[in-house]
Design a protein around this ligand. Structure first.
Ligand code: CMC
Length: 393
């Protein structure tokens, strides 16, 4: 079978070529299609960045309008899908709902399942971009016992999501432009990040030529874990725990350093960044501005900043080059916006969606694409004699 190299966690093995996202982890640089993340986050609309990631170029005004229009017309869900939400218990985790219902789109969108057909591929992209916010918002409404709020297609992508999440039929909804702006920025910052666990999952699953909805559902499942996107929710849980535990930061720093304790600082460390995560830098400064403007002070935010300061002076974190990552401060902003913490990873998924799609599309457009099929080094038994059931002890 030839010589097989083992690379635990794929730390040094490239599974694909890609021209979507460039990361220099030593210098803390992130670029989408060659554009600096800082500039995109400040100057773009999320759908502009989605277009850039998926198709490779910033759209012209006409291209952007056409893209927006194609997405707008697909925001509704099939009415039958409401029965799915109704069947979930109120305490269902929104990530489990999201992956299930996105997977179920393959049942309702049967004319866009062929990933090898350009027209179907395109239709599935519009449908998924349009329906994910609706699914996310319906899942939330179901969990709090409020009626579903249907999309309003005259609103922007971010406005529409906040509207579906927070509006109630009995009251006029007042859109807060600061929150729309913050959401737009957070979605852009989450939009792609190379071959991370969920994107690799989308590529892996998609490489079998399954439809986009199923591949993205797999990506959502991968994102949910605490070592990946689930860290944003876990981080707020951790901060709340430290606050309730007499704000004893030192105790939790010690736990994180203890090799016999599985506890880790959530929102800290990264496989690629050995410097400050550029996304965390932007998110922290936005959190600073937003909290000051909207709330004044937030004890969890103050605690997070202090925790960061202490950790970054500690030799354990310095030697291992562990810095805050994208998940450390994002929850502080979501909380300020009134978004419950079990929805944080759903927001990560909404942001990452164009990145997943871009990688899926790039894979399908690669000539001679092959199914992903990693090898293994077998370390189990060689051949053994079979023992009948009655003779086993
Ligand atoms: N707290 C304490 N120690 C840590 C942490 C942490 N958050 N992260 C890494 N380390 C230690 C780890 O114990 C190991 O120490 P030693 O060399 O003594 O064994 C060393 O640093 C290297 O860690 P690793 O586990 O080999 O690194 P990795 O590249 O496999 O893992 C990671 C990366 C992000 C999973 C990890 O840093 C971690 O668990 N962080 C906490 C969870 C988190 O914030 N995840 C979000 C990642 S960024 C966005 C996203 O992908 O969603």
């Amino acid at each position: 079978t030839g010589y097989i190299t083992l690379d635990d966690g794929f730390a040094n093995t490239g599974g694909t070529t890609s021209s979507i996202t460039y990361i220099d982890g030593e210098k803390g640089i992130l670029r989408y299609r060659g554009y600096r993340i800082e500039e995109l986050a400040e100057r773009c609309d999320f759908l502009e960045v989605a277009y850039l990631l998926i198709y490779g170029e910033l759209p012209t005004a006409d291209q952007l309008e056409e893209f927006r229009d194609n997405i707008r017309r697909h925001t509704l869900l099939h009415e039958g899908m409401k029965q799915l939400f109704a069947g979930f218990p109120p305490d269902a985790h929104p990530m489990a709902i999201l992956s299930s219902v996105v997977g179920a789109l393959a049942i309702y969108c049967k004319d866009s399942l062929d990933p090898l057909d350009e027209a179907q591929r395109q239709l599935s992209i519009y449908r998924l971009m349009a329906k994910m916010p609706t699914i996310a918002a319906f899942g939330y409404k179901q969990s709090i016992g409020q009626p579903f709020v249907y999309p309003q297609n005259h609103l922007t992508y971010c406005q529409n999501f906040l509207y579906m999440l927070f509006a109630v039929p009995s009251e006029r909804y007042r859109m807060d432009p600061d929150y729309v702006e913050a959401l737009n920025l957070l979605l852009i910052l989450h939009a792609d990040h190379g071959q991370n666990c969920s994107t690799s999952a989308v590529r892996m699953v998609g490489s079998s030529n399954v439809n986009l909805f199923s591949a993205i559902s797999a990506g959502i499942c991968a994102l949910w874990g605490q070592l990946h996107g689930g860290a944003n929710e876990a981080c707020i849980n951790m901060l709340e725990q430290i606050l309730a535990d007499n704000r004893n930061i030192g105790k939790y720093i010690d736990k994180a350093k203890d090799p016999n304790d599985p506890f880790r600082l959530m929102g800290f460390g990264h496989r690629i960044y050995k410097n400050y995560d550029p996304r965390a830098k932007i998110i922290k400064s936005v959190a600073d501005r937003l909290i000051a403007k909207k709330i004044g002070t937030d004890p969890l935010f103050e605690l997070a900043k202090e925790l960061e300061e202490i950790a970054l002076k500690d030799p354990y974190f310095v030697e291992r080059k562990l810095y805050p990552n994208v998940d450390f401060y994002s929850g502080i902003i979501y909380r300020a916006m009134g978004i419950p913490k079990n929805m944080f990873t759903v927001l990560f998924a909404l942001g990452r969606l164009p990145g997943w799609i871009a990688h899926w599309r790039e894979m399908h457009l690669t000539p001679n694409k092959r199914i992903h099929r990693p090898r293994q080094l077998y370390i189990g038994y060689p051949e053994r004699p079979f023992v009948p059931l009655i003779k086993r002890s």
